[in-house]
Write a protein that binds this ligand. Sequence first.
Ligand code: ADP
Ligand code: 5GP
Length: 196
Amino acid sequence: MLASQGKLIVVSGPSGAGKTSVMRRVYRECRVPLVRCVSATTRPPRPDETEGVDYYFLTDDEFQLRRQRGEFVECFQVFSYNYWYGTLWSEVTPGLSAGKWIVLEIDVQGAREVVSKFADAITIFVRPSSREELQRRLRGRGTETEEAVLRRLARADGELALADRYKHQVINDRLDQAVHDICEILTQEWEKSRHD
Ligand code: ADP
Ligand code: 5GP
């Protein structure tokens, strides 16, 4: 494990489970001071996304160059044959040294890699209430083509099968409850860390 004063919090869950919606409120409402790690991706921005806030949007060439330079803590082609996503060391190291709690909203492969490097990372898996609801949410979001929706749904079963590897699981049925549950988990972890 690498030495660190801060802590990493890893949040995963199938695409469409509601990670972004839940975490957006957790950042505002949770008493624990959290910093959101901005990932890099080769996926094009959605209409409501901002460079440097939601993601660093890179071209394939830029991403591969930075990968070769060892700039990523972890990076993967999340939806197999198209887009790359990765966590930059520059988003993590300065915050950890400053004692920050940094949240990584990343997929199950990335989570595994992060835990292998930071064994004390707190892991949280966000589940949808059912597969049907997951489909409804993915289609309802209206950001993906039908082909991309199907690809994301096909991946969901594999991701759900790995949920038991996470320290905490939260069902995002009602948004308020999921936000409350994650705040509770983080508050308890925060208080525990002060007594360690
Ligand atoms: P993810 O980040 O996991 O891919 P999003 O946060 O983008 O998921 O949520 C996917 C869609 O589901 C969005 O349209 C969002 O508004 C909706 N959504 C999220 N959580 C809930 C919930 N608890 N109930 C109903 N709809 C939800
Ligand atoms: P989206 O395209 O919907 O923003 O994200 C798709 C998937 O990529 C989600 O499961 C999300 O958690 C994951 N993801 C986002 N950033 C990263 C990252 O930096 N690394 C990894 N491994 N996955 C990421």
